[in-house]
Design a binder for this molecule. Structure first.
Ligand code: GZL
Length: 306
């Protein structure tokens, strides 16, 4: 029974619905929180979820989507590890009449009929919020402010957009200069390795902008191994606001975090129900999120869900 049955035979009982989800991997605290939230939401809704972990490899996600098409699931949802290379498999899902929902990350496809809805953050906005904090922090700087950027996975929407938003805002102050920018692949180990290398070639760096908390946490390890004090000798700004990042912020090792909510499960269930009821979900659903200073992290930590 393919996805078109909802349109032709009316809604299915929820306990007959099957959704295939192709997850990126388990590369960061954000990703594990996202997976847990999605699995819990399907559990609560009584809707069957077939789940795959692609270990951050696009070919594994494509394989998983093809297998969901073979199994004729009612809906396919996934977080594209990178923006490009999806048209072929998404056209196969379309030909099979199976609606596709993008969660978290975007595809760059020109044909937006290939997915029903895109649920996730505005990553450019996140980059701008990080840039604004840096602009404010160094508003009175008379000397050049040297910045290292730890990029997310090469080609991933959050990496591309967080870099774009950040660069856009800091360009307002010519003193602010990104002296080095390299991918740490959104992982703690990647953040540590890249920071170790870049500190050697840029020993006088003032600030590290990491596209996620995990790479920022790796940078903290590298900074401390170099005998420097994170948050003081080298300031750190990150994105996500997962528990370990918020703890480092509360401890003063990170200076500012832009939140990126992984809690997409309930909204994904709403989209699946709308599709099942033959309704048309909103094409773009942007998640609500905020930012945290040290004081706000100390305040928020005790009640954080993840
Ligand atoms: C953002 C998400 C990113 C997180 C990282 O929505 O795609 O991937 O910022 C995660 O922590 O690895």
């Amino acid at each position: 029974c393919s996805g078109t049955s909802a349109a032709s035979d009316g809604p299915k009982p929820l306990d007959e619905l099957v959704v295939g989800f192709a997850q990126v991997g388990a590369e960061s605290g954000w990703r594990t929180a996202n997976t847990k939230d999605i699995q819990a939401a399907f559990e609560d809704a009584g809707i069957e979820l077939k789940f795959s972990d692609a270990q951050q490899k696009q070919e594994n996600q494509i394989k998983a989507i093809r297998s969901y098409i073979q199994q004729q699931v009612d809906v396919i949802a996934f977080s594209p590890v990178v923006e490009t290379g999806w048209d072929a498999v998404l056209n196969e899902a379309k030909a099979a009449g199976i609606p596709v929902v993008l969660t978290d990350r975007a595809v760059d496809s020109a044909d937006d009929s290939l997915y029903v809805s895109f649920l996730g953050s505005d990553f450019i906005e996140e980059g701008k919020k990080a840039g604004q904090w840096v602009l404010d922090e160094y508003a009175d700087a008379t000397e050049p402010v040297k910045i290292i950027q730890l990029e997310g996975t090469t080609g991933a929407a959050p990496a591309i957009d967080r870099a774009e938003g950040f660069a856009d805002v800091i360009s307002e102050n010519p003193n602010l200069e990104v002296v080095a920018s390299q991918t740490g692949d959104f992982t703690r180990a990647g953040g540590k390795q890249v920071t170790e290398a870049l500190l050697k070639s840029n020993p006088d760096v003032d600030l590290i902008y990491a596209h996620n908390d995990d790479m920022g946490l790796g940078a903290i390890e590298a900074i401390e191994a170099a005998g420097l004090v994170p948050g003081k000798d080298i300031k750190i700004v990150t994105v996500d606001a997962v528990h370990d990042g918020m703890q480092a912020l509360a401890d003063g090792k990170i200076n500012f975090i832009v939140e990126c909510s992984p809690l997409l499960g309930k909204q994904l269930i709403d989209i699946v129900k709308q599709i099942n009821d033959g309704e048309t979900p909103e094409k773009r659903i942007i998640t609500d999120e905020t930012t945290f200073t040290q004081e706000q992290a100390i305040e928020a930590l005790p009640t954080r869900q993840y």
